[in-house]
Design a binder for this molecule. Structure first.
Ligand SMILES: NC(=O)c1ccc[n+]([C@@H]2O[C@H](COP(=O)([O-])OP(=O)(O)OC[C@H]3O[C@@H](n4cnc5c(N)ncnc54)[C@H](O)[C@@H]3O)[C@@H](O)[C@H]2O)c1
Length: 377
């Protein structure tokens, strides 16, 4: 498999994780980075040994095959359209775009030019989540009937140096964290057909808690506690809570209830974790992860927790898929469906009614077992 040359647009907080991840892989080389703030691009370029260019110059480089879009959500669609116009494939951070209505224009432009779009999250490729997928596929908990997902914290303004976008359209806990949960649920159970939700805005303003903007106020324009229900095309229904108004919770990230038992899926914000399974009313037991790759802890979070962070493997998979012609797993089709579900949760709460989800997607191919990136070769 030959090396794929990529460029990155957006040199903020998350670019560091991708630059580190690319540095650990033989499959990718980051040739250049760009940002509206040239000083941000120069700082990343100096640290990771690549070029800092303007967005136009990066897009004009014929060697760059895939552009990683790490801009803020409202910039995803306009930057995507420029990447496609330059004839390059896109891999985007989530959400695919800030507003569902923008998604079709981007995907139609990609199809018209024969270019691919991939989208985070790629955490569903992590060991814990793939082990859960295998357990569901093997019928270890029988037919899935119900379940519950929950992601609840006090929000992002306490640690992120520039957190305004989290509280503006395109942000909020549904669009910001929902992609991890809905993507893994689609990976396990297939597409969603209908949603309903209620929403509350816990605080009208937020105060930035770190960095040069510390103490400044952000007007909150999104709902920050949203409780919904998801009816899957399979007939299963699950509840989902997303909240940035919650100091503490002990609710598990994802539980799935089937005719033959229950499954606890670890936090899909990360790649590892320890899945647990019960058969009927037996004891909870660890579900062996076996030879699934991308689960070993390799990072300590700012809260001191050890986690498995392999953010970039969705892009590695797409780079490999481009070379062999197979579909990539973190696909535009799945990201579009996930975004429609998230949009439907927000619309349902705003309009006080059920929302039917029109798009469908195939579940991505399960990842082969192995020890690392050779699973993509
Ligand atoms: N911060 C995280 O922990 C995290 C985790 C997962 C995913 N993400 C996602 O990654 C994306 C970026 O998040 P972040 O936290 O790095 O944000 P950030 O604000 O730290 O960085 C975004 C960067 O994009 C640049 N930018 C904005 N518009 C641009 C444009 N039109 N052209 C070029 N550059 C532009 C900004 O100048 C900034 O440097 C978001 O979609 C977010 O949802 C963030």
């Amino acid at each position: 498999m030959r090396e794929t040359v990529i460029g990155i647009i957006g040199c903020g907080v998350i670019s560091e994780a991708y630059l580190k991840g690319a540095g650990r892989s033989d499959l990718l080389r980051v040739k250049a980075v760009a940002d509206l703030r040239m000083e941000a691009a120069q700082a990343r370029a100096a640290e990771y040994g690549c070029a800092a260019l303007s967005v136009d110059d990066l897009l004009a480089d014929p060697e760059i095959e895939i552009v990683l879009n790490l801009t803020v959500p409202v910039a995803h669609a306009p930057v995507d359209l420029r990447i496609l116009a330059a004839g390059k494939h896109i891999y985007s951070e989530k959400p695919l775009v800030a507003r569902f209505a923008e998604a079709r224009e981007v995907l139609q432009a990609a199809t018209a030019r024969g270019l691919r779009v991939g989208c985070a999250p790629d955490t569903f490729l992590g060991a814990g989540h793939q082990a859960c997928r295998r357990a569901v596929d093997e019928g270890r908990i029988g037919q899935v009937i119900g379940g519950a997902a929950c992601v609840a914290s006090r929000g992002m303004e306490r640690w992120h140096p520039n957190p305004e976008f989290f509280f503006k359209p395109g942000g909020g806990p549904v669009l910001d964290l929902g992609p991890y949960y809905i993507t893994q649920l689609v990976n396990l159970l297939g597409p969603v057909s209908r949603v309903a939700a209620e929403a509350t805005r816990g605080y009208p303003t937020r105060t930035v808690g770190s960095g040069p903007l510390s103490g400044s106020s952000i007007e909150v324009e999104v709902q920050t506690t949203v409780n919904g229900t998801l009816l899957f095309a399979s007939g299963a229904n699950l509840s989902i809570t997303t909240s940035w108004d919650t100091w503490k919770t002990r609710r598990p990230p994802i539980e799935i209830y089937g005719t033959g038992g229950s499954l606890q899926n670890p936090d899909p914000n990360f790649f590892g974790g320890e899945p647990m399974l019960t058969r009927e009313d037996g004891e909870w037991e660890p579900l062996p992860i076996g030879a699934h790759p991308f689960g070993i802890n390799n990072r300590v979070t700012r809260l001191g927790k050890e986690v498995a962070d392999y953010r970039i493997i969705g892009l590695l998979d797409m780079a490999a898929a481009l070379q062999t012609g197979r579909p990539h797993r973190a696909s535009a089709e799945m990201a579009l469906h996930v975004l429609e579900v998230l949009d439907a949760l927000e619309r349902s709460a705003a309009e006080g009614r059920h929302i039917h989800v029109e798009s469908r997607c195939e579940r991505p191919e399960a990842l082969p077992t192995g020890t690392g990136e050779e699973v993509f070769r």
